[in-house]
Design a protein around this ligand. Structure first.
Ligand code: FAD
Length: 468
């Protein structure tokens, strides 16, 4: 394409990266963001002197171009942070990613013996033919039933609100694998040379005033080209090209850009098309959806609560699924001698958790953090904030791939549309991946052959570093 004029839908990291990269190449760009602020899920909220991300966001990429771009945008404020995570299990904090011997120590002798027996069986057995279909299939093949049922099943079901049998296996292959237990066991039993896999990176990059600095800096670079509180209300097309975008914000405006780059949820994009797509595409869109998260930040009058960057809570008895302590990411995220805990409640838009009023949500989270977990005392609470994210995780059920292919085939028919980002592509992408999709899109728009759909497709966990 030789176009030089693009409209970018969505002012999160994907949209803003694409816009900035096009702008740097001399394109005329405009970004349309529905919210009153940029940043999407990577926003950093500031309240009463405390700053927190919507779930701590760490930066890590295997792609040097992505790391270079991120570092360039953040500049001198990029810091390195030690990574430390644990799972709260039967009242104890177990290292995460799972380290077999650490996990075995905490589960008691009977469960430990069952886990060990599963691992021996897995180590000796041939891999069953065919690809695993569900997260459950994948887990059973890689970890065995006991470890799966003890650690992973409850947490996965809490996060996704789906049975583990209905969650796509690709999600586990891509996200959950922290350590090749089978290889570890086989190596231990048969004294093979260790594969020297560093299970996860031990340190990560982070902007010292919060991850939101990335989008804030890009938006500053783009200036007037970013319109917030504005959204597309209709996208007209002739079957081959998008011809006119009607925007609502301060008023209604219509524009006809040569190229549209969309990073808004693909479900929203398809529903805006006029004429409406064929029934099969509409049905496919109706079959996709997003898991939401309600974040409750509790501000605490003490210098520190826990050492971890993340703590996971699989137990249904605890109202939230994960917490972060922003001060452990950067001391600049809390006033001196104070800290905060951000609790993530996984839910669906409209369900009881989503509808719960802020005071009740914070009261329940505080009860769990104090009475159940003993993190701090109720009278140390200084304040709180609640933020709701309706489209946090594309719902990766076992049927989503077919629906997505139907939608992608249809959208591929529009010569001047590029789709990028997490909700935009309906992929479980991290920020580094969405930046990479933006880079691939810009490459394609400027004559290259890169493909946003090729990003983050490797099955091995993207953080795994093979050193041998
Ligand atoms: C709890 C949690 C923790 C995470 N932790 C990490 C982490 O540690 N590291 C990491 O790299 N990634 C992490 N991520 C993922 C990261 O947030 C996403 O990869 C990233 O935000 C995706 O960027 P995006 O621009 O594609 O989408 P988004 O950030 O969702 O941005 C999309 C933008 O489009 C706007 N929009 C939506 N609809 C419309 C519309 N109709 N019109 C106009 N604008 C619209 C939205 O308001 C939003 O600003 C995490 C995500 C979650 C939910």
């Amino acid at each position: 394409m030789s176009a030089r004029d693009a409209l970018v839908l969505g002012g999160g990291p994907a949209g803003l990266s694409a816009a900035a990269l096009l702008h740097r190449r001399g394109w005329s760009v405009n970004v349309i963001e529905r919210a009153a602020h940029v940043g999407g899920l990577t926003r950093t909220i500031e309240r009463d002197g405390f700053r927190f991300d919507l779930g701590g966001h760490r930066f890590y990429s295997k792609n040097p171009a992505v790391t270079g771009f991120f570092a360039d945008v953040i500049g001198d404020d990029l810091i390195e942070v030690d990574r430390r995570s644990s799972i709260h299990f039967r009242g104890r904090f177990v290292d995460y990613p799972i380290r077999p011997w650490n996990a075995l120590r905490h589960v008691g002798p009977l469960t430990a013996a069952r886990i060990a027996a599963d691992l021996v069986r897995l180590g000796l057995r041939r891999t069953p033919p065919g690809a695993p279909r569900s997260l459950e299939d994948w887990m059973l093949r890689n970890y065995g039933r006991t470890l799966y049922e003890t650690y992973f099943k409850v947490y996965a079901e809490k996060v996704w609100g789906l049975s583990a049998q209905d969650i796509d296996a690709g999600l586990a292959a891509q996200r959950v694998k922290g350590l090749d237990l089978r290889a570890t066991l086989v190596n231990a039993l048969f004294r093979r040379r260790p594969a020297a896999v560093e299970s996860m990176v031990e340190r990560f990059h982070y902007p010292r005033f919060g991850y939101g600095q990335f989008c804030d800096n890009l938006a500053a670079e783009l200036g007037q080209r970013v319109a917030t509180s504005t959204e597309p209300v209709r996208i007209r097309h002739d079957g081959r090209r998008l011809t006119a975008i009607e925007l609502a914000g301060g008023g209604v405006a219509t524009c006809s850009p040569e190229v549209v780059v969309s990073s808004i949820p693909v479900t929203a994009l398809v529903r805006l098309l006029d004429p409406a797509p064929p029934a099969a595409v509409q049905q496919a869109v109706d079959g996709l959806g997003f898991r939401a998260v309600v974040f409750a930040a509790v501000f605490v009058d003490r210098p520190s609560v826990r050492p971890e960057s993340w703590i996971y809570f699989p137990s249904p008895a605890i109202s939230f699924g994960r917490v972060t302590e922003p001060r452990n990411w950067s001391p600049d995220l809390a006033p001196a001698d104070k800290t905060s805990i951000v609790a993530e409640h996984f839910c669906d838009v409209g369900d009881a958790t989503w509808r719960q009023d802020d005071a009740a949500l914070v009261a329940r989270a505080t009860r769990d953090l104090t009475a159940e977990l003993g993190f701090f005392a109720p009278d140390e609470v200084l304040g709180s904030a609640v933020v709701r994210a309706p489209a946090a995780y594309p719902r990766m059920d076992t049927g989503h791939r077919g629906r997505l292919e139907t939608i992608e085939r249809y959208l591929d028919g529009f010569a001047n549309l590029q789709v990028i980002g997490r909700g935009g592509m309906y992929r479980y992408h991290n920020t580094d991946h969405v930046i990479e999709t933006a880079m691939a899109c810009v490459d394609r728009l400027t004559g290259g052959a890169a493909d946003p759909r090729a990003v983050n497709t490797e099955l091995a966990y993207h953080e795994e570093k093979r050193t041998a």
